[in-house]
Design a protein around this ligand. Structure first.
Ligand code: ZN
Length: 195
């Protein structure tokens, strides 16, 4: 059984009875759609980086690793769909999974934005000590203060800070970290202050 690459209907002749496309035309359309959706996915993933720094989650590094792994898995899936289509193999299920992942970076960026923007819960202030810091170079410079954790079962926190705070604090400094609860329950960092 083969399915039309464009509309997914079962196809017994070269021309699809549902959408009227020949298999060659359907393949061209599928490739165009794959490219468009992939572009959307890439733009979303790129925009996610600055968006995630507006109300930076406490677990930003874990979130970025998750996004990074997902990014390569999804792109790999896209390449797989394209390759199968080129060999005229069944792609319908894979295509749906792939298209389903396309909005995920956009949704995650929106979730993190809403989590901080509409957060009305009172903040908590944690007294802690800076034990280290590191800066990740790149287009989007990313700075972290490593502080002793206030959470149970956790030794350190990697607190995302802006360039100014990164330069201002040194290992050994006692600081106040203002943590917001987050609308969606994702704790985020409001700021770091000198005690
Ligand atoms: Zn069709």
């Amino acid at each position: 059984m083969t399915r039309c690459l464009d509309c997914g209907a079962e196809r017994s002749a070269d021309q699809c009875s549902a959408c009227g496309l020949t298999s060659a035309a359907a393949e061209v359309l599928l490739r165009r759609r794959l490219m468009l959706r992939t572009a959307w996915f890439l733009v979303g993933a790129v925009l996610f980086l600055p968006a995630s720094q507006l109300f930076p989650p406490l677990e930003l590094d874990a979130i970025l690793i998750f996004i990074g792994v997902m990014f390569f898995l999804v792109l790999g899936l896209g390449v797989w769909v394209e390759r199968r289509a080129r060999h005229h193999l069944e792609v319908e299920a894979l295509k749906r999974v792939y298209f389903g992942f396309v909005p995920v970076p956009w949704l995650l960026a929106a979730l993190l934005f809403a989590n901080g923007k509409f957060d009305t819960a009172p903040p908590t202030r944690q007294v802690t000590r800076v034990v280290g810091k590191f800066s990740m170079p790149g287009v989007l410079r990313s700075n972290r203060l490593v502080v002793t954790s206030w959470r149970e079962g956790q030794r350190f926190e990697r607190v995302p800070v802006d360039r100014n705070d990164y330069d201002r604090f040194q290992p050994g400094d006692s600081v106040l970290v203002q943590v917001q609860h987050g609308l969606a329950g994702i704790p985020w960092i409001y700021g770091v202050y000198r005690q």
